[in-house]
Design a protein around this ligand. Sequence first.
Ligand code: UDP
Length: 334
Amino acid sequence: MRILITGGAGFLGSHLSDVLVQSGHSVICMDNLLTGRVENIAHLIGQERFSFVKYNVCDYVHVEGPLDAVMHFASPASPQDYLEFPIATLKVGALGTHKVLGLAKAKGARFLLASTSEVYGDPLVNPQPESYWGNVNPLSPRGVYDEAKRFAEALTMAYHRYHAVDTRIVRIFNTFGPRMRPNDGRVVSNFIVQALQGKPLSVFGDGSQTRSFCYVDDLVRGITGLLLLDSDRSVEQRTDRKFLMTQNKDANDTSMHDPVNIGNPRELTVLEIAKLVLKLTNSASPITHHPLPADDPKVRRPDISRARNLLKWEPQVQLEDALRRTIDYFRKVI
Ligand code: UDP
């Protein structure tokens, strides 16, 4: 396949590029380097099946030649980043998604949207199945990311129903691993860097809020599985709009076009994660408490039944192992 990955120089985009190039696909990596970094893809530059284009996907996107798939991963993704770049976050989720869906339609390419557990907001049900509609405050500072991704999902489904684009939506839960920026601001990278530098671990609030952490290799395996899953051609070839618009899918529908949660269901409090990082780094850093950011979700845990059924996927890397690998990475780069 010839695949365009937007945000391809980011944490997830670069790992996806690696795996897809290694499996024999050609990757065009597009990134405006707002939060992505050339270091993440430096080892791929010069390879025959990889090319990099510095570009903002909110502008008209042109790609020469055929394309088999478009993976839309461009967006600031850490709360710290989308608070710093609120308008760029809204634009890439809305305008950028529109541009790359238009490209996928023009090329007859499959389209995969990187969505997020943030579409569930501060959830009132735990764990969260894909059928849960979420509890999002559109006016809060983090609403820029949540609403951009919710709009992106709506636009993706509309292109599927109205234009018969072969779409996929993955809802990504908290993921960590090598290539996160040391100053990315997310909890695992913050705690590891602080522990290694002997600085206090910054727990926001009392640390009783929960998250469920997935190792990047597990996540990438789930996403590539979803991308490569073949469509039900009998439905795909029906391009009459009325048929596609009126398909009524219930919550248990295992259609590959409906969103799929990918994440690790092992749920920990933030305080538990802090203590685990201290133990695995042998650090004597103290824990300090800071104000909880506005609308910080109190719980988060994926229901991965759909991924299990549809993709036969589940995480394989144990949290402790995954943390050790990430700690080794940060030891080298900080
Ligand atoms: N958090 C924390 N200390 C930090 C960074 C984050 O206690 O230095 C908390 C944050 O308030 C949230 C959780 O850790 O409850 C996960 O935050 P992160 O920024 O990693 O991503 P989120 O899941 O909120 O998108």
